[in-house]
Design a protein around this ligand. Structure first.
Ligand code: CMP
Length: 149
């Protein structure tokens, strides 16, 4: 069992696509362990995107991610990081496969609707940035048994 951090970015919230995005992860079988609507403080965005500091898109990304509310969530499931990334599609929506969130709803790399942790170690770091341990729930859904052999 693995956990990952997903953010529905300001474009997803403003375009009223929150339900559509969550629906795809849920339909895939991933389980919500945490969920909230927040406006990211600048210091938190800088910490989150620290690895990109110095790159051309860093400043724009931090400004954009703090500009309006986002939905942050923790998803849980087998290979949650890889599974959610496959459901999101490539970072640039123009390169994303049809049927993925970014291909179906986006056209621009900076307005690509969702962020997802890129590997399990990153997920551990990112989850701690946005959630206190007590905000995450472990539970079993009635249908979880039907998702595996
Ligand atoms: P995200 O997964 O949130 O991580 C960094 C974000 O920067 C990325 O998604 C994109 O939305 C944004 N971005 C803008 N330009 C670029 C770029 N040239 N390469 C990578 N990410 C970019």
């Amino acid at each position: 069992m693995e956990r990952t951090l997903i953010i529905i970015k300001p474009d997803g919230v403003q375009r009223a696509l929150v339900g559509n995005v969550i629906k795809r992860f849920e339909a895939r079988g991933l389980r919500l362990a945490g969920l909230k609507l927040i406006q990211i403080p600048r210091a938190l965005a800088e910490e989150h995107y620290a690895e990109h500091k110095g790159k051309g898109f860093y400043e724009g990304t931090v400004t954009y991610m703090t500009s309006a509310p986002v939905v942050v969530m923790v998803l849980e499931g087998p290979d949650a990081v890889a599974a959610s990334r496959a459901t999101m599609g490539a970072t640039n929506p123009l390169n994303a496969a049809p049927g993925t969130i970014r291909a179906d709803f986006g056209l621009n790399i900076s307005r690509n609707l969702v962020h997802g942790s890129d590997k399990p170690e990153t997920a551990e770091r990112e989850i701690k940035l946005y959630f206190q341990p007590g905000e995450l729930l472990s539970y079993t859904r009635a249908g979880d048994g039907w998702l595996k052999e």
